[in-house]
Design a protein around this ligand. Structure first.
Ligand code: F6P
Length: 392
């Protein structure tokens, strides 16, 4: 009994294990021993440090990243006796070997914190001299058995290539406010962005109404209209424009005029940054990022001018921009991120590499990373049909 208390105390203090059921007895290098005065072995115990795991967060930040980190660490340390380190700034971390330890202490209390404590970047290792090899060198130098990559199509795309071409033991967690990753119903971060858009539209309503104005609200989402459509429906927008359907200016103008004709002297139009006017996306500049992506932006302003010109109603544009990515995650995103993190840690310990956790219905499953990144998940147009009921 006394010996068991001693073991429990040791496990609690040194390994943060609380329940005796979590104790894994073995004879490995971490085993502790109690001997009698004659040197006879009475008891041996320990916690097998099953694995050393790296984590990184890549691409645009989004609410819920820290909740995933917290969950991966908690599951890995408490349930598997593993150790976790974080690579800083996306794929730049393993390229430059920038690491920080992640412990139960350092990742506690993170569930509500936005952004990512590991910081992030849009680094493409395949554009670096010996980039992939340097990643493998860092894995070796830090004695890592596996990597959890939390990111969108670019980060997971790199993970897939690293797994296929360099045998990197990697598991992915799908993240993006855009919700455009395939093979998962939702990515975490999306719900928070939608709630921010909804709240912004609520606020725009009162000012638009007071001034008899048309307000055009430009939202993020890259080449997918998920944020615009969900945010627009939730906020009661009077027209929603998405990249999946070319903007028909006549249609927009008619629907605003129709609304005004029935006594509503103001309108809210939500436009996705990737929505196309005359088959053309609006670009901030001509620069491409290291994954070859354009920087979208400006459609709201262009559209506002055209609406004013063709309706005669005073029209202003608002760009929500990075506000959609900042701050605390919603309850939905905290729970999804936590479920994803726990599932990713389980996949790592089951050595199911090259897999991505995914939400299907309300179940957490896993799919090949390839399935997640092989094509973009564009807006479900049945949802757009629901939005259309409220146009005009
Ligand atoms: O992918 C997330 C996202 O926020 C897009 O919606 C947007 O187009 C892009 O990132 C903005 O990227 P940056 O952080 O480089 O401005």
């Amino acid at each position: 009994m006394l010996a068991l208390d001693h073991i429990r105390e040791d496990l609690e203090q040194n390994f943060a294990l609380r329940a005796p059921a979590q104790i894994i007895l073995l004879s490995a290098q971490y085993t502790k021993k109690i001997r009698n005065e004659h040197g006879k072995l009475l008891l041996a115990w320990g916690v097998k440090r099953h694995m050393r795991i790296g984590i990184l967060t890549g691409g645009g930040d989004c609410p819920g990243l820290n909740a995933v980190i917290r969950a991966v660490v908690r599951r890995s340390v408490s349930n598997y006796g593993s150790e976790v380190v974080g690579f800083l700034e996306g794929w730049r971390g393993p390229i430059e070997n920038m690491v920080m330890p992640l412990t139960l202490q350092s990742t506690g209390g993170l569930i509500q914190r936005g952004g990512t404590i590991l910081r992030t970047s849009r680094t493409n290792p395949f554009k670096f001299e010996r980039g992939p090899e340097r990643i493998m060198d860092s894995m070796k130098a830090n004695r890592l058995d596996a990597l959890v990559a939390i990111g969108g199509e670019d980060t997971c795309g790199v993970a897939h290539k690293m797994n296929q071409q360099h045998n990197l033991n990697v598991v992915c967690v799908p993240k993006t406010i855009d919700n455009d990753l395939n093979a998962t119903d939702f990515t975490f971060g999306f719900d928070t962005a939608v709630n921010i858009v909804m709240e912004a539209i609520d606020r725009l309503h009162t000012t638009a109404e007071s001034h008899n104005r048309v307000l055009v609200c430009e939202v993020m989402g890259r080449h997918a209209g998920w944020i615009a459509c969900y945010g627009g429906i939730a906020g009661g927008a009077d027209h929603i424009l998405v990249p999946e359907r070319a903007i028909d200016l006549t249609d927009v103008v008619e629907s605003i005029k129709k609304r005004h004709a029935r006594g509503k002297d103001y309108s809210i139009v939500v436009v996705a940054e990737g929505a196309k006017l005359q088959e053309q996306e609006a670009l901030k500049d001509q620069q491409l990022d290291s994954f070859g992506h354009v920087r979208l932006g400006g459609i709201g302003e262009t559209l506002a001018k055209l609406i004013e010109k063709h309706t005669g109603y005073e029209t202003r544009a608002i760009v929500l921009g990075h506000i959609q990515r900042g701050g605390s995650p919603t309850a939905f995103d905290r729970v999804l991120a936590t479920r994803f993190g726990v599932a990713a840690a389980d996949l790592v310990h089951e050595k199911k590499f090259g897999r991505m956790v995914s939400l299907q219905g309300n179940l957490i499953k896993d799919v090949s990373v390839a399935a997640g990144v092989d094509s973009l998940k564009t807006l479900d147009m049945d949802l757009y049909k629901v939005a259309e009921v409220f146009f005009g």
